[in-house]
Design a protein around this ligand. Structure first.
Ligand code: SF4
Length: 262
């Protein structure tokens, strides 16, 4: 409804421009503010790892040297069957192999078959594996994995990557461990924390995603070396190329390593 106190409406041509329009015009007339000089973009912090000015280590040479140093490099988890290795590998997440090797004899003495573990009570398994850390999730994974092996694979651990990665608690890394060590199948390269760190320090990759690191390593080394390659790098990472304090002074790769600190 029209306001009766207002006078007669002005014709459109005489109406005052709206305040917003006036302000916009004022802003347009105003001198542009002097922009502060832009700082040049800061250089990204150098990544830890290989010094890019130095060439990466020669893959064949470093494999041969590590093999000469660790001719018996092997999986350091104790196992008698593919199923035991699968359980041990799941338990080894965020835990030392030594600790897992203390726990698995007790676990397998209590649950000696896949079927027995599949029927186990979660609380009982948790109690046995407690010292490996993340024990609730791990107990759930190994019981779930055992059930899947019983139901989908007649109690036999499958020997393909595609089937293994569908089991609870099993990713590509664990599947590669099982295939390489329980079935002698070189399907990929196990990329754990040691392999990832050494691959970077040796200049073999600039990737940080384990799957991409694995792809690059598979391109650098012949297929029949993939399983042993991971053992060699893990052995060297545990014994010499420590994450915090690498012992470059006693390293067999020091003369070819772009990250050497000697
Ligand atoms: S210990 Fe040093 S020299 Fe040896 S691989 Fe590690 S970073 Fe390179």
């Amino acid at each position: 409804m029209a306001n009766k106190k207002q006078g007669p409406r002005q014709p459109l041509s005489q109406r005052r421009p709206k305040v917003v329009a006036v302000k916009k015009a004022a802003v347009a007339r105003a001198k542009p503010l002097k922009q502060p000089a832009r700082k040049p973009a800061a250089k990204p912090a150098p990544k830890l790892g290989a010094k890019r000015s130095l060439p990466p280590a020669n893959p064949t040479l470093l494999y041969d040297r590590l093999l000469a140093l660790y001719p018996d490099a092997h999986c350091e988890l104790d196992f008698r069957t593919p199923f035991e290795l699968l359980v041990a590998t799941i338990l080894s997440a965020q835990c030392t192999d030594k600790r897992v090797n203390m726990v698995t004899p007790v676990l397998f003495a209590r649950y000696s078959t896949v079927e027995a573990l599949a029927a186990a009570r979660q609380e009982d398994v948790e109690e046995i594996i407690k010292s490996t850390g993340f024990f609730r999730n791990k107990a759930k994974s190994i019981i779930g994995m055992a059930n899947a092996v019983v139901e989908r694979h007649a109690g036999e651990v499958p020997s393909t990557l595609a089937e293994l990665v569908t089991l609870p608690g099993v990713g590509r890394k664990t599947a590669n461990v099982i295939l390489g060590n329980a079935f002698n199948i070189n399907e990929g390269v196990v990329v754990d924390t040691h392999v990832g760190r050494l691959a970077t320090r040796l200049g073999l990759t600039r990737q940080t995603d384990p799957v991409k690191v694995e792809q690059e390593m598979m391109g650098l080394f012949p297929r029949d070396r993939w399983t042993m390659l991971a053992h060699l790098l893990i052995f060297h990472g545990r014994r010499v190329c420590d994450a915090k304090v690498p012992r470059c002074g006693e390293c067999t790769l020091a003369d070819v390593c772009p990250s050497r600190r000697v």
